[in-house]
Design a protein. Structure first.
Length: 221
């Protein structure tokens, strides 16, 4: 494995998949990248939480269907207990329920196992930088969900949203977490949370996945 170039920070990654035949080769392939260090390979969500608790982890590459604790629950726990660690889902499942559950739990990226090595590496780098990456199949499914769902007056955005609340919704629709939204708008994370709370209350938005759908439906993302 080549060494990182000068001033290049190596990203620490945990690979989680219940199948050793997937987990171990994937970890080996990622470790070939000069800016990625695979610090642990986990067979279930509980092992993921233990690995993140034991060492600083930038990104978890997370399978969804695992024993003991599945990827959705592990993602939710990481979002609550280790918000500095980003989750990129890598799974064979691209159904609406899985996608929305993962995004609602706090996943920053969602890839299917058709993704190539470079796609996965780009998603890891983007997630570590506070950005979101959804592969084309996932994006298409989200857009299809929005386009085929009848829009009622209650689902349209209320007229009393402030320009800042619309900006925040746009950035949520682009997959940015609160920290990245704060950096882009030059405000504090606490202020971002206040805008999100007001936005969700005014627009009757249930959760972050619902916010993504509403942003797409309104043409903001």
């Amino acid at each position: 494995m080549s060494e990182p170039t000068e001033n290049q920070q190596r990203l620490t990654v945990v690979v989680a998949d219940d199948q050793a035949a997937v987990r171990e080769p994937l970890a080996a392939v990622l470790a070939m990248s000069e800016d990625i260090e695979v610090v642990a390979a986990a067979a279930d969500g509980a092992e993921v939480l233990a690995a993140v608790a034991a060492a600083a982890v930038d990104v978890v590459l997370m399978d969804l269907r695992m024993p003991v604790m599945d990827g959705i629950e592990a993602t939710r726990r990481l979002s609550e207990e280790h918000p500095e660690t980003a989750v990129v889902v890598l799974t064979t499942f691209a159904d609406d329920d899985s996608i929305l559950a993962a995004l609602s739990a706090g996943a920053r990226g969602y890839l299917t196992k058709n993704a190539g090595r470079q796609d996965i590496i780009r998603a890891i780098r983007a997630a570590a930088a506070g950005q979101s990456v959804l592969d084309r199949e996932v994006q298409d499914r989200l857009l299809a969900t929005v386009r085929t769902r009848p829009q009622t007056p209650e689902q349209s955005l209320p007229a009393d949203l402030t320009p800042r609340e619309r900006e925040v919704l746009t950035l949520i629709g682009q997959g940015l977490p609160n920290r990245a939204i704060a950096q882009q708008l030059f405000i504090s994370e606490a202020t971002v949370k206040t805008h999100i709370n007001n936005l969700f209350a005014k627009a009757d938005i249930r959760d972050r996945a619902d916010a993504v759908r509403r942003a797409l439906a309104a043409g903001l993302a």
